[in-house]
Each structure stands twice: as structure tokens, then as C-alpha cells.
Write a new protein. Structure first.
Length: 127
């Protein structure tokens, strides 16, 4: 079994659970803002980073685990690594910039890369 996809699944899992823990900690420290819409509020950006992550990570993890058990090609491994990096970039793009009101390069590359790598992995699954 290839270990690269397993490491990538672990990284994505750490993103999901780490972001969830960070949200809980932020809510514990400050007021419980549930209906936030201010794109500059850190808790709002944290919630969006977590929400966006849990929208994509489960399916990516399934793809990664499938390929881990089926001797993935070098190209497939590169796509798995790139998809993982893109998910991390998206989170960085949501948290490191002061607002979500304007696009930034990390968010753009992270989102586009997720779509392209995820789509390519789905095509690879059919081949």
C-alpha cells in the first residue's frame, strides 16, 4: 500500500479536526457569534475555512484511500499531493488575509487547484 495517500489523508484530517478545535476555542474565549456575516471577523473566517474543508475533504480522502490500495501511478501521487497542498492553501488564504471580502492568491490557487486535482483524480478513477 502506498503511504503518500495515507499521509495526505492524515494532513486533511488534521485540517478538519484542527479547524474544528480552533473554532471551539475561539468561541470559548469570546462571545458566541453564530449568525456572523462580517468577512473580516476571524471567527467567521475560521468557520468558513472549516466548512469549506469539510465539504471537500471526505471525498478527497475516499479517492486517496482508494488509490493507496491500488498502486497509484506517479501522476496520481502528484495529484494527491497537489490536492492536499491546495486544501492547505485555501485554509491559509481564508485565515492569513484580514478579510474574505476580497479574493487573494492563496484562496484562488487553493480553490482552483482543488477543483482541477479532484476532477483529475475522478477521471483517473474511471481509467
Amino acid at each position: 500500500m502506498s503511504t503518500v495517500p495515507l499521509v495526505c489523508v492524515a494532513v486533511l484530517g488534521l485540517l478538519v479536526f484542527g479547524l474544528g478545535l480552533a473554532i471551539s476555542a475561539a468561541r470559548f474565549r469570546g462571545p458566541m457569534n453564530y449568525g456572523m456575516t462580517n468577512p473580516s471577523d476571524f471567527l467567521y473566517r475560521l468557520v468558513r475555512a472549516h466548512g469549506n474543508t469539510v465539504e471537500f475533504v471526505p471525498f478527497l480522502a475516499l479517492l486517496f484511500l482508494y488509490f493507496a490500495g491500488h498502486q497509484p501511478s506517479t501522476t496520481t501521487l502528484a495529484l494527491i499531493i497537489a490536492a492536499t497542498i491546495c486544501r492547505c492553501l485555501l485554509v491559509i488564504g481564508l485565515l492569513a488575509w484580514p478579510t474574505m471580502a476580497r479574493p487573494n492568491p492563496a484562496r484562488f490557487v487553493g480553490a482552483l487547484g482543488t477543483y482541477l486535482c479532484g476532477g483529475a483524480l475522478c477521471v483517473a478513477l474511471l481509467l
